[in-house]
Design a protein around this ligand. Structure first.
Ligand code: C5P
Length: 467
């Protein structure tokens, strides 16, 4: 498809397009292509996917907001250029601050041009500091966003060190701070980094990512990649969203993703759950004002920026984390918890012995987290479970409602031909004591938004009935 010049559109059309694109999590060019494809009936090309991996929350939260974007030194800084575009497409003003190290990776010229602002980089700038520029920069921001946030910079934040413009601004800032960490997985795992991340989290800083995946260094992979610009923009949007907050004061626990059940130090039993639906529900509840703890098994997607995430591996770890979060008002158990684990975990890697038969894999039952919560002495007022079925969907869901002590079961058909498991869409039925509601097929983000609204409504009904 030929290139599209958005610049030549009039301002009103541009604004409408910007809002529509933000709503669908696409760039403005992608949105125009999408509209043209629809108008002409042309098939979607794989380069411009029909549905974004992460759908943006409702447009508008970033419109008119001033974002101070701090770019620190790391190879992921190249993604910050795209991030500036994504933020500006959503109507935000971006004021860039660069550390000295970041200039080894991208130029001030590119950053300034994309942000349509000058780059601030000097704590001792004669012009800026006449009116105490670092304090002004901090006060004029609605959000300080640090992307990429290097291990070094997170360490400075944890200690309150202020030895350049970026770190000094942070000490003067009273607005929300969101960081998108990016570093090698072994650095991310280092105890010093773990401590620093925990400290900044406790100081109220929000995190988006890092993600699991390939590193810039060849052959390296793991948890440490910076979240993608669209995900960072969505997290910023969620943080600044000042829509209605009917769940303010409510605590929610959401489980998400698969569990990994170890067989020996290198092998495990797992399943295909991506965590997309659970993570989206956690973020949607938080957008409505709930204080959300997301307990996630190993997934390749990043943590939502507006919730506290606890990462676990096995079902038993997940159960301990869930019980540790009680009491709560709401529990939404979305995780695809493994029903069985290996009966005994070998301490050493099980060796293949030439000529010998394969070792038997003995299984034992895992705890049922939903059932435990549904019958717990600290049972949340609303307990929601999921039922991923490939047959007799409604009957199984109804039976599960009773057996597990849940108030609602969100039932979905995960037969391979539905593409639901690991995909971006879902078609669910909500089964409760009062009947079954059939929801149309929609993206997982929309399922999450609708479920969060239904949860908020159920609490309104409880309040209205005075119980
Ligand atoms: O029994 P089944 O696995 O189909 O039940 C699915 C529901 O139960 C989901 O909400 C899932 O999160 C939860 N579950 C659980 N612990 C298990 C198994 C399932 O919390 N061990």
């Amino acid at each position: 498809m030929a290139s599209i010049t958005i610049r030549n559109l009039d301002d009103e059309t541009k604004q409408l397009l910007r809002e529509r694109a933000a709503r669908h999590g696409r760039s403005m060019e992608e949105e125009v292509r999408h509209m043209l494809r629809h108008a002409t009936g042309a098939p979607a090309s794989s380069a411009t996917a029909e549905q974004p991996a992460i759908a943006a929350p409702p447009a508008g939260a970033l419109s008119g907001k001033r974002i101070l974007l701090v770019i620190t030194g790391g190879i992921a800084a190249y993604k910050s250029l795209d991030l500036i575009r994504r933020l500006r497409e959503r109507g935000a003003g971006v004021r860039p601050v660069m550390t000295e190290a970041s200039k080894h990776f991208i130029s001030t010229l590119a950053v300034g041009a994309l942000a349509a602002d000058r780059v601030f980089d000097d704590l001792f700038s004669r012009e800026d500091e006449q009116d105490v520029g670092h304090i002004r920069l901090a006060r004029e921001a609605d959000l300080v966003l640090i992307a990429p946030a290097s291990a070094d910079f997170i360490g400075k934040m944890a200690l309150g060190i202020a030895n350049d413009l970026a770190s000094t601004i942070l000490l003067a800032a009273s607005c929300p701070v969101l960081i998108a960490p990016a570093m090698n997985p072994s650095m991310w795992r280092h105890p010093a980094v773990r401590r620093n991340v925990e400290t900044v989290r406790r100081d109220g800083v929000r995190l988006i990512g890092p993600m699991r995946g390939e590193m810039a260094e060849s052959g390296e992979a793991g948890l440490g990649r910076m979240a993608e610009p669209l995900e960072i923009a969505a997290a910023a949007e969620a943080l600044l969203d000042d829509g209605p907050k009917p769940l303010t004061g409510r605590r929610a626990i959401v489980t998400s993703g698969p569990t990994h059940e170890p067989i020996d130090p290198v092998r495990y039993i797992a399943n295909r759950s991506s965590g997309k639906q659970g993570h989206a529900i956690a973020a949607a509840l938080a957008r409505l004002g709930a204080d959300v703890t997301l307990i996630s098994g190993p997934v390749a997607i990043s943590d939502p920026g507006n919730v506290t995430t606890i990462q676990v591996e096995s079902a038993r770890e997940m159960l301990a984390a869930v019980e540790g979060q009680l009491p709560a008002d709401i529990a939404v158990m979305v995780a695809a918890v493994a029903d069985w684990r290996a009966a005994g975990q070998a301490d050493e890697k099980i060796k293949k012995q030439p000529g010998e038969a394969p070792p038997p894999l003995l299984l034992t039952e895992n705890p049922d987290i939903l059932k435990t919560v549904g019958h717990h002495e600290k049972r949340p007022a609303l307990v929601v479970g999921f039922a991923a079925e490939t047959q007799n969907l409604e009957d199984n869901a109804r039976a599960k409602l009773q057996r597990k002590g849940a108030d609602w079961i969100v039932a979905n058909d995960v037969s391979p031909d539905t593409g639901i498991m690991g995909g971006d869409h879902n078609r669910v039925r909500i089964v409760s004591q009062s009947g079954i509601e059939d929801w149309p097929r929609m993206d997982k983000q929309s399922v999450a938004d609708r479920l969060a609204l239904a949860i908020a409504k159920s609490f309104e009904d409880i309040n209205a009935s005075g119980s």
